[in-house]
Design a protein around this ligand. Structure first.
Ligand code: MGD
Ligand code: MGD
Ligand code: SF4
Ligand code: MO
Length: 715
């Protein structure tokens, strides 16, 4: 299906300064291309975020560029059900025909778009505009809904804005205490650890709340090994002690916040013995953590996916923000609340309109003023803009259903691996009338498509990314894509042209798209209107908001107030809720999921990099020795995990570094090794985040699983 005629990238004499294709740390790197087209990677010591360091994924990223499995021609599915190579013309014709058919039969909202946080700002913006202007569908959402959407929702309602870190990462080194709630940067952003190491070398303390003794927790002064799904209780319990012991910043609370009285009334009932009973964190450790935070002159509370990817993710984050506000942290030097955003452009990807309820500039699509502004920039009638559409899982759950999406375009996500309750998602994908996927490789999702569009990779394209600090940086092209491959910008514009909306998608360069994005964002919360490519080049990136030419950007937020109606931050009282699914006799353990160092997300890229595949060839299910003993299981043996939704197979890793009641699996693999066959799609009522981090599971040795009853949707 793929051809092996990858043309070598053109020679570039000067090394090109760009950024890693993977996570939100967006390490600066320089690429040099030799005369046979091989790309060499070096860390860029001049970029102030990673300061030259890269993790193993960054060092090896070039292996995916000239990879033998790279897609270099469009593929279309024939009547016999097979994918075969096709011309771009035929492939794009098929996409347009399918879109037109779905619209005629079922209306505009029957066409759906699923984007991703790995897309550049320009692509995210263009994809949102394409959905609203060329397709006129409400149904566009993206994988960021599965990522930091709970922190985004909590941040907006309390602080008035969602910028993952409201300060540059360098500020971490000066914090006397840092509390990490469910982040494991030692594996998920290794070069970030230099700031925690500096922090501790300066006498600071690191506290990590995680059910596992992760490589990050191993470097901490205090590890709170909480039961999955109890973050809000832990945070409420800490605030209870701070109030009891008179360690709240009363002046800050009075001057800069509202809602404290209700929060105080709620946390009164979270006395330490009760918190110990629910979270499993010993009273002495809880008290120690509260004392460290209460005595610190500067402190940070940072959440990761551990606390956020729950059906009560927004409440968990709100409880953490309450704690930060009660300590008077946001807006103070080396202090505050932050969310460690995950994907390469996880931050920018949520600002420019690929989210179901948003328009560019982090504007709400149901806000009449926002609609007027954006419609004017786009040169369309305001009434033609659709309203809010379905959130990611709800969109996937609607596929092929009456009133749901019948034709879907996926760009930048591998939902057949990364969405929750995969057996359902596979069934829904199979019931679509039409699926088009833009990809580098034949991913688990692309292999299900009717049309596959081969896309250019990071080193082959221009654009901007916004890192976890809200710093807008440039992705620069170092080499040409293989012949036969087109970049997503060209594909979106060509599809729009064929759908009759070409005049809204005429750009001479990617920079021109960025300029339009700036105008569309002007006056919105994520205002990029003062950012230019030249400004980014001259300053190692520019932090948004940057309203208007000549503005220097805003590295630190909240120094003079909060962008809320009253100018004060709002606290929300949070009451403990049990996870949607609790262990019982049939499924006696907690299952939680997350990441390994060597692999990135659904693994499409990293499972194809030989060095990474060798480092971590398959997913391991981590359990405690006493749990292994109880079920008669040995280290290294094959096990099958079962939940109410499905089964998946893993190799057992017995480790003291996990709670006795919990099993951990990474989600980087598909098929029978997919963690997401097991996960629970219960959604947070506000953010619509699925409960990836908590469900009930049973563990069986492979010898007990001979009844190979796989579900009908398994391929
Ligand atoms: N190597 C690697 N790095 C990555 C990625 C990758 O796929 N691979 N992906 C990137 C992306 S998109 C993201 S979002 C980030 C994610 O970065 P992290 O948030 O650091 O990653 P996770 O492993 O998902 O979750 C962090 C921790 O949460 C813990 N946890 C599980 N349940 C709970 C709970 O109930 N409460 C608490 N407090 N903790 C819990 C897990 O044990 C895990 O160690 O990483 C980015 N970097
Ligand atoms: N169980 C469980 N599931 C999870 C999580 C978890 O912790 N546990 N974490 C969730 C989180 S935080 C996230 S962010 C999601 C991520 O899950 P996915 O959305 O599946 O993320 P990726 O694997 O990065 O998928 C991106 C796909 O698009 C391709 N791609 C990358 N860049 C581009 C581009 O510019 N253009 C095009 N056309 N294609 C591109 C890549 O090859 C890859 O196949 O997974 C979520 N799923
Ligand atoms: S930390 Fe993230 S951005 Fe840096 S090299 Fe590793 S994967 Fe790439
Ligand atoms: Mo993510």
């Amino acid at each position: 299906m793929t051809t092996d005629t990858t043309t070598p990238p053109t020679l570039s004499l000067q090394p090109t300064a760009t950024h890693c294709p993977y996570c939100a740390f967006q390490c600066g790197m320089t690429l040099s291309v030799d005369d046979v087209g091989d790309v060499g990677i070096a860390g860029n010591p001049a970029f102030p975020v990673n300061r030259g360091s890269l993790c193993v994924k960054g060092w090896t990223a070039a292996a995916a560029l000239n990879h033998p499995e790279r897609l270099t021609t469009p593929l279309v599915r024939d009547a016999d059900g097979m994918l075969r190579p096709a011309s771009w013309d035929e492939a794009l014709d098929r996409v347009v025909e399918a879109i037109e058919r779905a619209r005629e039969r079922h209306g505009n909202d029957a066409v759906g778009v699923f984007g991703g946080g790995s897309l550049t700002n320009e692509k995210s913006y263009l994809l949102g505009k394409f959905a609203r202007v060329a397709l006129r569908t409400a149904n566009i959402d993206y994988n960021g809904r599965f990522c930091m959407s709970s922190a985004a929702a909590a941040g907006i309602r309390s602080l008035g804005i969602d910028r993952g870190l409201p300060f540059p990462v360098e500020d971490i080194a000066g914090a006397q205490v840092v509390l990490l709630m469910g982040d494991n940067p030692a594996e998920t952003m290794p070069p970030m650890m230099q700031y925690f190491d500096e922090q501790r070398a300066n006498g600071g303390r690191l506290i990590v709340a995680d059910p596992r003794l992760t490589p990050t927790a191993q470097r901490a002064d205090l590890h709170l090994r909480l039961r999955p799904g109890t973050d809000a209780v832990l945070a409420n319990g800490l605030l209870h002690i701070l109030i009891r012991d008179g360690m709240v910043d009363a002046e800050y609370v009075a001057e800069r916040t509202e809602g404290f009285d209700r929060v105080r009334a709620e946390v009164l009932t979270y006395w330490p013995e009760r918190v110990e009973r629910i979270t499993g964190v010993a009273e002495a450790e809880l008290t120690r953590a509260a004392q460290l935070l209460g005595a610190a002159g500067t402190a940070m509370i940072l959440t990761g996916r551990g606390a956020e990817q729950q059906a009560q993710g927004v409440n968990n984050v709100s409880a953490c923000i309450n704690l930060a506000l009660a300590l008077g942290l946001p807006g103070r030097p080396h202090s505050g609340y932050g969310c460690i955003t995950g994907q390469g452009n996880g931050q920018g990807g949520r600002e420019h309109g690929q989210k179901a309820d948003q328009l560019p500039g982090y504007r709400r699509i149901d806000d009449p003023a926002a609609r007027r502004h954006v419609a004017a920039v786009w040169g369309v009638d305001e009434s033609s803009l659709p309203g809010p559409g379905r959130s990611a899982y709800e969109l996937l759950d609607s596929l092929g259903q009456e009133g749901g999406v019948r034709a879907l375009l996926v760009m930048g996500s591998n939902v057949a691996v990364s969405a929750p309750h995969l057996n359902n998602v596979a069934e829904r994908l199979a019931s679509l009338d039409f699926l088009a996927v833009s990809e580098f490789f034949l991913s688990e999702t692309a292999i299900l498509a009717d049309v596959v569009l081969p896309s250019a990779q990071w080193a082959e394209e221009e654009g901007t990314m916004t890192n976890l600090e809200g710093r807008v940086i440039r992705r620069r092209q170092a080499c040409e894509p293989p012949s036969g491959v087109r970049d997503d910008v060209a594909v979106i514009c060509e599809l729009a042209r064929r759908l009759g909306s070409g005049r809204h998608f005429e750009y001479a360069s990617v920079e021109e798209i960025f300029e339009e994005l700036g105008r569309a964002s002007a006056g919105g919360p994520a205002d990029y209107s003062g950012i230019t490519y030249a400004g980014i080049d001259a300053n190692d990136g520019v932090f948004w908001p940057c309203p208007g030419e000549g503005h220097p950007g805003t590295p630190r937020l909240f120094t003079d107030g909060f962008p809320t109606a009253s100018g004060r931050a709002r606290m929300f009282a949070v009451r403990h809720q049990e996870p949607d699914e609790a262990p019982d006799e049939e499924y006696p353990l907690f299952l939680t999921t997350g990441r390994n160092l060597a692999h990135y997300q659904s693994g499409t890229q990293t499972r194809r990099v030989p060095e990474l595949a060798e480092m971590t060839p398959q997913p391991m299910a981590e359990v405690h020795p006493s749990t292994a003993g109880r079920y008669g299981l040995r280290d290294g043996q094959a096990v099958r995990l079962s939940t109410r939704r499905g089964r998946a197979d893993f190799q057992l890793k017995v480790t003291r570094g996990i709670r006795e009641d919990t099993v951990f699996v990474p989600f980087h693999w598909g098929g029978r090794q997919a963690a997401n066959r097991l996960t629970n799609p219960a959604l947070d009522p506000t953010s619509r985040m699925p409960e990836f981090k908590v469900c009930a599971v049973r563990i069986d040795g492979a010898e007990n699983t001979a009844d190979d009853t796989t579900t009908t949707t398994e391929r």
